[in-house]
Design a protein around this ligand. Structure first.
Ligand SMILES: [Zn+2]
Length: 242
């Protein structure tokens, strides 16, 4: 686990999940869980709750409706009777417990996903327990009623309804809007709308946050994201859109 603390004392804890980094945002007795990983990693989240003295999450926020983020949403909603929030544009998939596969950015993923989607094949991992009781939200909703100074902003590209959670205007939990791969790249390997990704990065750096915590890979500093925005815009300008 890794913990960051904002100037006003909100803690952001990254849990030890492998498939998708889940986070707890904690202030006093309130804790909001961001993303839920897959069923096999449920115990990692519950163990982390015990270790950090968290009795129940006051809410669960899903950064988007992918199976490796939404796999335990219904479990937490039922067991802890907490709200599950998802952007309204990703709600439909969560209601059905189904992940649409976004296009791959590079071969061989691009070809494989194209084949699967064109034949309407549903792979077993695309399905997860449906969560029709989730609350669809839109841009700008705050987590104030759950005791946390944070707001949800729309950062589309990876999926239509991808969101980031801005904590104390210092730390952003960005889901798969950006990643951090070993070579320092931050572009997600899959995206429904690749041309919207850089716009979301710009929106994120404009919040003034100093750290961007993705669901896959280590944290990105705002300097690093700024460099990648410049590179991405240069690539688009020279006609080699990613
Ligand atoms: Zn994803």
């Amino acid at each position: 686990m890794h913990t960051w603390t904002t100037v006003s004392g909100t803690k952001v804890i990254r849990l030890n999940n492998f498939r998708c980094s889940c986070y707890f945002i904690v202030k006093g007795n309130n804790a909001v869980l961001v993303d839920t990983s897959i069923r096999a990693e449920r115990s990692i989240i519950e163990r982390a709750m015990k270790k950090n003295g968290i009795k129940k999450p006051s809410a669960v926020v899903l950064t988007h409706n992918h199976f490796d983020h939404a796999g335990n949403a219904e479990f937490f909603r039922r067991k802890y009777k907490c709200d599950v929030l998802i952007h309204e544009k990703d709600y439909e998939g969560l209601r059905k417990g189904y992940t649409y596969l976004p296009d791959g950015m590079a071969q061989p993923f691009r070809r494989a996903v194209g084949f699967i989607n064109s034949r309407r094949i549903i792979l077993p991992f695309q399905k997860f327990p449906p969560c029709p009781g989730a609350v669809p939200v839109s841009d700008g909703v705050t987590l104030e009623k759950y005791g946390i100074n944070a707001r949800i902003i729309s950062t589309p590209g990876h999926t239509d309804g991808s969101v980031s959670i801005i904590v104390d205007n210092e730390i952003a939990l960005v889901g798969d809007c950006m990643v951090r791969s070993v070579n320092g790249e931050i572009f997600p390997p899959f995206a429904e709308h690749p041309d919207e990704v850089a716009g979301s990065w710009i929106r994120l750096v404009n919040t003034g946050c100093r750290l961007f915590l993705p669901a896959h890979g280590k944290e990105n500093s705002s300097e690093h994201v700024r460099k990648k925005i410049k590179k991405q815009l240069d690539t688009i300008r020279h006609g080699k859109s990613k």
